[in-house]
Design a binder for this molecule. Structure first.
Ligand code: AMP
Ligand code: ZN
Length: 114
């Protein structure tokens, strides 16, 4: 999608600090980290939000969680733990309209979220 920030990151039009990439998934460091480790994991297919996950496109969600587990091991925070967050729509606090999951780690994360 031409006017999507994360599609531009996938295309390389906008630079990012990549942590992981394969045919289906890209992970890169959040530009405004909310924890010592804050990584954004996205499908390469432009899916607008969690509201747009369907039987046809949902396989990539499993891949995203596989990637989260791999990154947690590779970066050394699997044992201490982490949080995976998806913000959906206005009330969910979604600011970029390309489905993404925040992988947060490196401190004790509060609950409930704001
Ligand atoms: P959300 O608020 O859930 O839509 O999350 C969007 C996230 O994208 C925020 O945490 C932003 O800090 C992050 N973000 C925005 N622009 C960039 C960028 N160019 N590179 C990396 N992360 C970004
Ligand atoms: Zn997109």
């Amino acid at each position: 999608m031409t006017d999507c920030l994360f599609c531009k990151i996938i295309d390389g039009q906008i630079p990012s600090s990549k942590v992981y990439e394969d045919e289906f998934v890209l992970a890169f460091r959040d530009i405004d980290p909310q924890a010592p480790q804050h990584i954004i994991i996205i499908p390469k297919e432009h899916i607008k939000s969690a509201n747009d996950i369907t039987a046809e496109n949902s396989a990539v969600i499993g891949k995203i969680f596989e990637v989260a587990a791999k990154i947690a091991k590779d970066l050394g925070f699997a044992d201490n733990g982490f949080r995976v967050v998806n913000n959906c729509g206005e009330d969910g606090g979604q600011t970029v309209s390309h489905l993404h999951f925040h992988l947060l780690a490196g401190r004790n994360l509060g609950w409930p979220p704001g």
